[in-house]
Design a binder for this molecule. Structure first.
Ligand code: NAD
Length: 410
């Protein structure tokens, strides 16, 4: 991920050129407000002490409290967190949520930790950063390697300092002030974007062939909802390996299989494929839903999909994006496609602050309105300015953040 921030800046600069932003304004919008790096020391189950590094980057607060996930992954570093924090600033603005952008994480492999160790590392991280986060300042949420249980521990530890504060973090379990529909939200938003895009080309999702990289929170819900809508998910990969069946995978059975076998590898009736073959699969839509930086100058030419919907954050390097544009492959960018998660996180925060619960139908209706409004604005802007959906999304996001910054003053 050494160049991840440069990559995100490249997309920012293309849109800033079209907006005619001055160099000073670009710098003001790109430089993060605060970057924090902390020691997270943990007593392991065997009595040894392990020391990890935790990060929180608060990128921009001009439109409201900052919002962004918490990632537990061995590749987490200062640059990756900064990149992801900046993407959150543009993402919350594209779908017009009253938030700024932030991100955090710990450089650790959560699969190597016991549940007790995972709880202790989370509580220790809260001890280190509690004074910089909170319901009106910066609200974390799940990302790779974290889930509702981690958010429950986060809230519980935060509340030891500040009393009852359920809105301090989102993506909590429904039994503990979480929102109905939060777990599925990112995947549902991805499918809403895929559906809206196919509609623009006069098609629905029935029979559309999809390849999906990643079968975690986002990947599993994306696959199930696509399956419900009649799409054919033909290839899936996760950290265990990849599988392909050109006739379409039985997603409900695959979900059960992946749960009990800790991965999709060796699912019956499929051929084994690697990530390179998955990204080059003969499909209509390719959905990266795992790591960043997977579509590169080296593999972009091999992509056969006509459409890419970016469920993962920052999956496409700038050189690959150029190849896709040249080849006429339509890319729905991450800052729009995966905004469903932060949108329902916002609904959770609203419910927590109002002490009122929405049912799942209300959550899904409101999510649909936000995602489709964002999609339509980006699509229209792309047509008007004759630019890619990514550049249009950045123009919309940067425009909103820029105006808020100027109106608020410094
Ligand atoms: P997760 O930890 O639940 O799942 C990650 C998945 O990626 C797992 O299936 C894992 O096996 C797979 N994976 C890891 N390395 C891989 C590799 N080398 N090849 C193939 N698959 C691999 O994480 P998640 O929450 O589903 O997040 C996935 C992506 O979506 C991330 O980029 C994240 O930033 C983004 N995202 C997540 C949310 C959310 O609400 N969780 C919201 C917006 C964006």
């Amino acid at each position: 991920m050494a160049d991840s921030f440069n990559n995100a800046c490249h997309y920012f600069e293309s849109a800033a050129d079209l907006l005619g932003l001055s160099a000073n304004m670009r710098r003001l919008l790109q430089v993060p407000e605060r970057e924090v790096k902390v020691q997270v020391a943990l007593e392991l189950d065997n009595g040894e002490i392990a020391t990890y590094i935790g990060y929180r980057v608060q990128h921009d607060s001009s439109r409201g409290p900052m919002k962004g996930g918490l990632r537990y992954h061995p590749e987490v570093d200062a640059e990756e967190v900064l990149t992801l924090a900046s993407l959150m600033t543009w993402k919350t603005a594209v779908v017009n949520l009253p938030y700024g952008g932030a991100k955090g994480g710990i450089s650790v492999d959560p699969k190597q930790l016991s549940p007790g160790e995972l709880e202790r590392i989370t509580r220790k991280f809260v001890d280190e950063i509690h004074d910089m986060v909170g319901p009106d300042k910066d609200i974390p949420a799940p990302d790779m390697g974290t889930n509702a249980q981690v958010m429950a521990w986060f809230a519980n530890q935060y509340e030891k300092f500040y009393g009852f504060q359920p809105a301090c973090v989102t993506g909590k379990p429904v039994e503990l002030h979480g929102s109905e529909g939060r777990e599925e939200a990112t995947g549902r938003g991805v499918v809403l974007c895929a559906e809206a895009m196919m509609k623009k080309f006069g098609r629905d999702l029935q029979g559309v062939k999809v390849a999906l990289q990643g079968f975690g929170n986002v990947g599993t819900f994306t696959a199930s909802i696509l399956h419900e809508k009649g799409a054919k998910v033909v290839a899936v990969s996760d950290v265990s390996g990849g599988i392909l069946n050109p006739e379409g995978l039985d997603i409900p059975r695959l979900l059960e299989y992946a749960r009990s076998n800790k991965g999709v590898k060796d699912f019956s009736g499929t051929d084994a494929i690697d990530n390179a073959a998955l990204l080059a699969a003969d499909v209509d839509i390719l959905i990266p839903a795992a790591l960043g930086g997977v579509l590169t100058a080296e593999n972009a030419d091999a992509v056969r999909a006509k459409y890419i919907v970016e469920a993962a954050n920052n999956p496409t390097e700038a050189e690959a994006d150029d190849v896709f544009r040249r080849k006429g492959i339509v890319v729905v960018p991450d800052i729009l496609a995966n905004a469903g998660g932060v949108t329902v996180s916002y609904f959770e925060w609203v419910q927590n602050r109002q002490h009122f619960r929405w049912d799942v139908n209300r959550v899904r209706d409101e999510l649909g309105k936000v995602m489709l409004d964002g999609f339509d604005r980006v699509w229209t802007l792309a047509e008007e300015k004759k630019v890619s959906l990514r550049t249009a999304a950045y123009i919309l996001g940067i425009g909103r953040v820029g105006r808020a910054t100027v109106l608020g003053g410094i």
